[in-house]
Design a protein around this ligand. Structure first.
Ligand code: SF4
Ligand code: SF4
Ligand code: FES
Length: 241
């Protein structure tokens, strides 16, 4: 009988046409899923590829699919997700696999650019700082989405991205929403045009897997609903033509 002091871990090896390989990993106190992957790479098979950087939930690089659900692995404890002493660890869905647990994030970040997810101001370094009232509704809406770490968990959890690969996805649209509420930004109409097309906010079915799984407790669904309202109002005013 297998010792409960060990985990049986199935890890995806190879690229999109790869397969799961089984490893036995010793249990440890407060062990995270990232600790498990690191143990395999350092002690059992140095050819295993995976990404991490900060190990404290800041950088967004360690996301993987754990027992079928996208998660940040550095802050996911084994005790919370292992089923009968087993773990299945795979790369994030909705992204091409480069090797093992490493996905190609290019399209994910290209969509941020397509959603005009960058600030465009009008002042120079010689101007005074803008003063934005912390209690204003727009500031609160922007702050609610600003802590995104770009981990891709929401994107990997989104059915619409699976069905319609052109869909901009929850992270890019959340970023667009924070900027739509930034009173200093000067690209509002252009950004609304970028997110109001077929691949934009209206494609979201609002079922909320993104909000449910975001490790930073961001609610892209709420931001996307906000973008839909802004786009509808702008369309009624004839501003999107
Ligand atoms: S609510 Fe919208 S963006 Fe979020 S997972 Fe569902 S379809 Fe994707
Ligand atoms: S919105 Fe949340 S889940 Fe999506 S990329 Fe940002 S931090 Fe990750
Ligand atoms: S390693 Fe940085 S968020 Fe997990």
């Amino acid at each position: 009988m297998r010792e409960m002091s060990h985990l049986t871990v199935k890890v995806w090896r190879g690229s999109d046409d790869g397969r799961f390989v089984v490893y036995e990993v010793p249990r440890a106190e407060s062990q995270t899923v990232l600790d498990v992957v690191t143990h395999i790479q350092r002690r059992l098979d140095p050819s295993l590829s995976y990404r991490f950087a900060c190990r404290v939930g800041m950088c967004g690089s360690c996301a993987m699919t754990v027992n079928g659900i996208a998660r940040w692995t550095c802050r996911t404890h084994v005790a919370a997700v292992a089923k009968n002493g087993t773990l299945e660890i795979a790369p994030l869905s909705n992204l091409p696999v480069i090797k093992d647990l490493v996905t190609d994030m290019s399209e994910f970040f290209d969509k941020w650019a397509r959603a005009l997810g960058r600030f465009r101001g009008a002042t120079t370094r010689n101007d005074d700082f803008a003063r934005v009232e912390p209690g204003s509704a727009q500031r609160k809406a922007a702050d609610a989405g600003i802590e995104c770490i770009g981990c891709g968990v929401c994107y990997a959890s989104c059915d619409v991205v699976t069905w319609r690969p052109a869909f901009l996805g929850p992270a890019a649209l959340n970023r667009a929403w924070t900027l739509a509420n930034d009173v200093r930004d000067t690209a509002q109409r252009e950004r609304l045009l970028a997110v109001a097309g077929d691949a934009g906010c209206h494609a979201c079915h609002t079922q909320g897997s993104c909000s449910e799984r975001c490790p930073k407790k961001i609610e892209p669904t709420a931001g996307i609903a906000g973008l839909k309202r802004l786009a509808a109002r702008a369309a009624l005013r004839g501003e999107l033509g």
